[in-house]
Design a binder for this molecule. Structure first.
Ligand SMILES: Nc1ncnc2c1ncn2[C@@H]1O[C@H](COP(=O)(O)OP(=O)(O)OP(=O)(O)O)[C@@H](O)[C@H]1O
Ligand SMILES: Nc1nc2c(ncn2[C@@H]2O[C@H](COP(=O)(O)O)[C@@H](O)[C@H]2O)c(=O)[nH]1
Length: 225
């Protein structure tokens, strides 16, 4: 039911600040699958941030939908113009989040979802503080992580090895995150992500319209029946 998930009920009565939901994980744990699942289910009202990257496009990827694929010079230009909210070098390539779409979406009181690494997460947290909710995705085992990268069949064996070698460093960042999901069963992980978003949207500190709403209730309660 679309209305109950986003603007209906609680939000329509009380108003709310927009939030940014960030998912990070070692390569292959499933953050992109979960991010896209919740972003493309329109009922959750989440805008997906499309990053820029200097990485080569994978066969299944579409420029402008999965990433904006750019060269190193164009990336440096964006950085120099302060057009990136955050950026990082990951697995030997550069990635960044364009700043303007984020500012526009938050100004409209809407929520966004990011699929970025732990270095970028730190930068966004520093800039946007309480408006950020972070989720770390862990694989059920290291052997399953390897199998997922191999089954995905989008990267060369060398790239897979490089990503697995980086996984140890990345997994150690789990304790910097607000929530952790062990992505074993995908449906269960998706339900956990939905629960996190629902609870975070209900947080008192985000609900800027509550004081006026409660004042109205109190005024009504004080009037003779
Ligand atoms: N719970 C799951 N069970 C089995 N396979 C899964 C599960 N979650 C994701 N996968 C599969 O594992 C592969 C890796 O998932 P995905 O691409 O989402 O990982 P990722 O963390 O975004 O990796 P990367 O950082 O390399 O982009 C995909 O083929 C995806 O379909
Ligand atoms: N700091 C940022 N990290 C990003 C961004 N976009 C993606 N990523 C992370 O890079 C790795 C590799 O992604 P892949 O698509 O090449 O598999 C992964 O951890 C992503 O989360 C970004 O804009 N900033």
């Amino acid at each position: 039911m679309t209305e109950g998930r986003t603007e209906g009920g609680q939000d329509a009565r009380a108003g709310r600040r927009g939030l940014i939901l960030i998912l990070s994980s070692p390569s292959g744990a499933g953050k992109t699958t979960l991010t896209r699942a919740i972003a493309t289910d329109g009922g959750w009202g989440l805008d997906l941030s499309i990053s820029v990257t200097t990485r080569a496009r994978r066969p299944s990827e579409i420029d402008g939908r999965h990433y904006r694929f750019i060269d190193r010079e164009a990336f440096e230009d964006l950085r120099a113009r302060d057009d990136l909210l955050e950026w990082a070098e990951v697995h030997g390539n550069f990635y960044g989040t364009p700043r303007r779409p984020v500012e526009k979406t938050l100004a409209q009181g809407r929520d966004m979802i990011f699929d970025i690494d732990y270095q970028g997460t730190r930068q966004v947290r520093q800039r946007l503080q309480e408006d950020v909710v972070t989720v770390f995705i862990l694989p059920p085992s290291f052997s399953e992580l390897r199998q997922r990268l191999e089954r995905r069949a989008e990267d060369s064996p060398e790239t897979i090895e490089r990503r697995l070698a980086n996984a140890r460093n990345e997994m150690q960042r789990w304790s910097e995150y607000d929530y952790v999901i062990v992505n074993d069963d995908l449906d269960e992980s998706f339900r956990s992500l939905q629960a996190i978003l629902t609870a975070e949207r209900l947080k008192r500190s985000r609900r800027t319209g509550l004081p006026a709403f409660v004042d109205g209730l109190l005024a009504e309660a004080g009037r003779p029946g």
